[in-house]
Design a protein around this ligand. Structure first.
Ligand code: FAD
Length: 321
């Protein structure tokens, strides 16, 4: 049965995040030929609507207000619930991002709905969608179906391919005049701690460093390699605890969960808590002095050697391409 699906888009600093396009593709798999309505909340975001259409949204609704300039679960929930009141969808798709993880339970509880979080792929069984999600820190996968009520999922970034961008796609972009009540929390300013460049959770290439990197300066060659490959730098908790880098770079059970196309692990041992955050990466390259290091168990390619010899060699070779 065809369904109307609401897809929450996300923007940051005037640009749409990739996960928005992936969520549209996920919505299409659920909609069974139904309508995809993408919702974009913020301040001055209407000019981004057409790009969502180009990636497959049939309609885009923007909810704009000065009060929605910064994300707050209170404000965004008010904006989104106003849309849901008018649209009555059969399904909702959010990104499993910091925003999606914060907002989705709030919306689910307001709607009295269930929620399937962190979906990495969508299969089909007898015309109905089957949602695949990792459990036990990525060591196993479970498959879930929704038998009753709203289909509400969050999707892990970098796992579901977006549809090809087609500028010729047509779709309506409208604005909803939502009455956003005074917010309980007002964010005055955001001070970014993360490093510049590619967003870690959406990066296609990650060069991660562990305690073996030995110092803040030790991260420099990793940054150079990441820049060269258009990727981002990540870290183990060991490296963060040792103050070689900021905690915003931490990958793992208590850090970010990432699934890049290429993960280059430099001087990190492969503790189970670290692997919970990266073992589903498509290709893993490990560089470690210790041939017995645990990280080699999940690596597709292993290089036994000193990272301070190997990383410069990789930089030299990639520069030739
Ligand atoms: P180490 O285990 O010390 O490994 C360093 C590695 O570098 C060694 O294998 C060594 O052979 C290699 N090496 C040293 N010098 C070089 C060199 N010059 N060239 C090449 N290789 C070299 N950890 C996380 O990462 N993420 C998490 O989210 C996380 N959550 C946790 C949650 C809990 C509740 C607990 C208890 C722990 C958590 N940890 C987490 C910590 C985790 O258990 C490990 O302690 C940590 O991941 C180890 O970091 P590391 O691999 O950088 O350091």
């Amino acid at each position: 049965m065809s369904k109307k699906i609401i897809v929450l888009a996300e923007s940051r600093e005037g640009a749409l995040r990739n996960v928005s396009f992936e969520a549209i593709a996920a919505g299409k798999k659920i909609a069974d030929g139904g309508e995809i309505v993408s919702v974009l909340i913020g301040d001055n975001v209407s000019e981004l609507g057409q790009e969502l259409v180009a990636y497959g949204a049939d309609r885009v609704i923007t909810v704009q207000s000065e009060k929605l300039k910064q994300y707050s679960s209170d404000g965004y929930a008010q904006g989104l619930l106003a849309v849901l009141d008018e649209e009555n969808p059969e399904g909702l798709v959010f990104g499993h991002t910091a925003l999606g993880k914060d907002l989705s339970p709030r919306i689910a509880s307001k709607l009295g709905s269930g929620l399937i979080s962190d979906v990495t792929s969508i299969e089909e069984d007898g015309g109905e969608p089957v949602f695949v999600r990792p459990i036990y820190s990525g060591k196993a996968f479970e498959k879930k179906v929704v038998t009753d009520g709203l289909i509400f999922i969050t999707i892990r970034p970098n796992n579901i391919d977006p549809l090809p961008k087609e500028e010729s796609r047509s779709g309506e972009v409208t604005s909803l005049d939502a009455d956003i009540k005074d917010l309980r929390t007002i964010i005055k300013d955001v001070v970014r701690k993360a490093t510049d460049g590619v967003d870690l959770s959406e990066a296609k290439v990650i060069v991660a460093g562990g305690r073996g990197v030995k110092s803040e300066e030790g991260f420099e060659p990793l940054k150079e390699l990441a820049d060269l490959l258009g990727g981002a730098v990540g870290a183990s908790r060991g490296a963060c605890d040792a103050e070689y880098c900021d905690y915003s770079l931490q990958i793992g059970q208590t850090g970010k969960v990432v699934t890049p196309d290429l993960y280059i692990a430099c001087g990190l041992s492969g503790a189970i808590q670290h692997m919970a955050g990266m073992s589903n990466s498509k290709v893993i390259v490990a560089i470690n002095k210790d041939p017995e290091a645990n990280i080699f168990k999940v690596a597709d390619y292993g290089i036994v050697g000193d990272l301070f010899d190997v990383v410069p060699l990789l930089i030299e070779e990639f520069k030739k391409i």
